[in-house]
Unconditional design. Structure first.
Length: 82
């Protein structure tokens, strides 16, 4: 199994296990720092050039931060359950 698939499966599992739970981001990304939100699977949202990649997001009250599996895992590791 490729590293990308393993990473996507881990990200999907994190989203499913933490559905509807709120987290606050405490990592190094200043744009997201201190924001509270939840993690969500949004699948392939690229209408112009579809891929097999699954996309994820950290959904806050005012903004959706879209990311790939590696980004989701990194964001989750820098977040604290509220």
């Amino acid at each position: 199994m490729s590293e990308d698939i393993v990473r996507e499966q881990k990200a999907v599992r994190l989203c499913e296990e933490n559905a509807s739970k709120l987290f606050v981001y405490t990592g190094p990304d200043l744009e997201m720092y201190g924001k509270t939100g939840y993690f969500e699977i949004i699948h392939d949202m690229n209408c112009c050039a579809p891929t097999d990649s699954i996309l994820f997001c950290f959904q806050t009250k005012k903004r959706r931060f879209v990311m790939d599996a590696a980004g989701l895992i990194n964001t989750f590791e820098h977040s604290t359950f509220v």
